[in-house]
Design a protein around this ligand. Sequence first.
Ligand SMILES: Cc1cc2nc3c(=O)[nH]c(=O)nc-3n(C[C@H](O)[C@H](O)[C@H](O)COP(=O)(O)OP(=O)(O)OC[C@H]3O[C@@H](n4cnc5c(N)ncnc54)[C@H](O)[C@@H]3O)c2cc1C
Length: 414
Amino acid sequence: MSLPTQTDLIIVGGGMVGVTLALLMAQRMPEKRVLLLESMRFPALPENKPLPYTAGFDARNTALSRRTVQAFTDLGLWSQLQPHAVPIHEIHVSDRGHFGFSRLNAVEEQVESFGQVIENAWLGVVLLAALKQCPSVTIADGVEVQQLITSERDARVRCQTASGEVTIAAPLVVAADGTHSQCREWLGLSAQWHDYQQTALVTTVATSLPHEYRAFERFTASGPIALLPLPDFIDGAKQTRRSLVWALSTNEAERIKALDDDAFMQELQAAFGRRAGRFKRVGQRHAYPLQLMVAPKQTVSRAVIMGNAAHSLHPVAGQGFNLCLRDALVLVERLGQASADQQDWGDATLLAAYEASRQSDQQQIIRFSDSLVRGFSSDASALVLLRNIGLVGFDLLPGAKPTLARYAMGLDHV
Ligand SMILES: Cc1cc2nc3c(=O)[nH]c(=O)nc-3n(C[C@H](O)[C@H](O)[C@H](O)COP(=O)(O)OP(=O)(O)OC[C@H]3O[C@@H](n4cnc5c(N)ncnc54)[C@H](O)[C@@H]3O)c2cc1C
């Protein structure tokens, strides 16, 4: 593959965020050339099958907020994603061993759903197929960025391709190269870390009761468990597939991951209870160490960090990708305006204004997700009491529930 030496925008990282940003750019400014650089090879797109797992599109499932679904609808992609997605009509939040629980119901909130759950592997198929149809975007997979240097004139990335080293220049680089972003380091941007000392076990389970479009969030002494509805398999099982995200202390996660299927389901049943019926089958388990990472500064002249490279959250509230997507929407809008005004995209003031406009949404979501984890991680009795009041409060206090629901749906932003 021959790469250009000059382009309008370089995106480093072809995970969910880099690919979505490239699609948004192609739709908003088809006249601008975008180069997407991804170190892994994208597998050939299988017909009517989910994408074999890649670094960015893996075994996880993503709860897409209503705002995110709207963005994919605006991209003309929702009709292709919808057959692989399941709406959430009810969210059931409970606290094992205590009296509080809360139920958020879509009908009561006067919305058609709280969002949709989709397997990342299916997102990968649809998004990559769409991106391949965008003439303004060059997809360069199997190309690792090894250096990023910015200057007053441009930003330059040095890459390793199969046929040797190449340097590419652009007025702006967006680095969406993940939580451990090297670009962030090359740009001299710092990161603040908090290790939750938890690992999320992610897998698919089948239950004896149908999901009835209900998502469960269960807080246990060892960590939260999220059980989300998934689309049926073709084997005829009706509404029994669910996505499990089980956050545990890292030692416990290692032990439980290694159990055989029956022992795993027994432990899960004991921790989760029987609200979903019996756990009947479990798929392959995948482990994700959990930490909070926030880059306090996300732009410099000629570069922006985005996606997990800018903020990486605990998945307890299912907000990470939804927040990243709202960042991407705003950046593309600002670049569109700058383009119309013939303004330099790499201008530090322009990028700082983008960053400032994203602060409040980012801070609220980061605080919201973090306080859910910390609030429910301790078993101190005052906290137990508070969180029970808090949970019951969602059902009793007028106004409290809609606020939480609006957060989860991503409606208060953009
Ligand atoms: C268990 C779990 C469940 C989650 N559930 C939800 C949910 O329900 N809803 C939600 O909104 N969010 C959820 N999230 C968060 C969501 O998965 C992330 O926000 C999202 O995956 C971030 O994508 P990204 O593209 O920024 O990063 P990544 O997926 O890490 O992609 C980065 C890409 O950059 C590439 N790369 C790295 N370095 C280089 C280099 N030098 N050169 C070229 N390429 C490079 C990598 O190969 C990779 O493909 C969840 C997260 C976890 C852990």
